[in-house]
Ligand binder design. Structure first.
Ligand SMILES: [Zn+2]
Ligand SMILES: [Zn+2]
Length: 243
């Protein structure tokens, strides 16, 4: 009953007017419900040309092969990577809400942004989306895996046969990554992931790892190694934000 749902939402907006997650101003109109139209204007949806490994956009003239400072030295175990947006400002606020404040309402806006990006929907359509797993202890604490919810929003926006499968399991409860440098991160993540119980990989299927943010790429690369060793031949990655 979309009409009723729309009507109830309208009523809720009158009683509790939505406040912008980024600037705390009122959200009045616009395509997003948790971000005001002014802040929406600050969200940069990435388009080509971009780094084929991490998805970061190249600004200005591109001649030939461009070196990317973000994934230098990564040695990707996957084919290509794309990112929807730059992980800052209002885009960062959406993921932050989803991750730390049970901001499940941010999902609708995330889906709206994905729908507005053929750069992403065409890249992921008909693939098996594989979210980066949380350690079971962390997932119990949080109550959900935000990356799985993000993957489901991506699948809905892309349509076709795009689907989400939890193929990976986080074996090691790695400490917060923020205090490590790149090399320590990579060592820290070695053997942190494994195939989930009972999972078999169909080598030619298009698999696509999903994470909320691309920082050094080490988490995604560690997951990619597991899928590769299990036989995946067609493997790419996608993130919501690059930052
Ligand atoms: Zn705002
Ligand atoms: Zn790159």
């Amino acid at each position: 009953m979309p009409a009723l749902k729309e009507c109830l939402r309208g009523l809720a907006d009158v009683v509790f007017p939505p406040v912008c997650l980024h600037c705390n101003g009122l959200v009045d109109g616009g395509r997003l419900r948790q971000i005001c139209a002014t802040c929406d204007g600050l969200i940069h949806l990435v388009t080509a040309p971009n780094c084929v490994t991490c998805g970061s956009p190249f600004f200005g003239e591109v001649e030939g092969e461009r070196m990317c400072p973000h994934c230098d030295g990564l040695h990707p175990k996957y084919g290509e990577g794309r990112t929807l947006t730059l992980f800052k400002g209002p885009a960062r606020a959406l993921i932050h809400a989803l991750k730390y404040h049970k901001g499940l309402h941010a999902l609708a806006d995330i889906e709206t942004l994905v729908r507005a990006s053929p750069h992403i929907t065409e890249f992921i359509r008909d693939a098996v989306l594989v979210p980066v797993p949380l350690h079971p202890r962390k997932e119990r604490e949080r109550g959900y895996n935000q990356t799985r919810l993000l993957a489901e929003a991506l699948a809905k926006a892309a349509g076709g046969a795009t689907r989400v499968e939890m193929l990976l399991h986080r074996v090691v409860d790695t400490p917060s990554q923020t205090t490590f440098d790149r090399r320590a991160r990579r060592a820290n993540l070695k053997n942190a992931f494994a195939l989930a119980k009972g999972v078999t990989i169909n080598p030619p299927s298009p698999y696509l790892l999903v994470d909320d943010v691309f920082t050094t790429g080490s988490t995604l690369n560690s997951c990619a190694g597991v899928l590769r060793r299990a036989g995946a031949l067609n493997l790419n990655i996608v993130t919501f934000g690059h930052g």
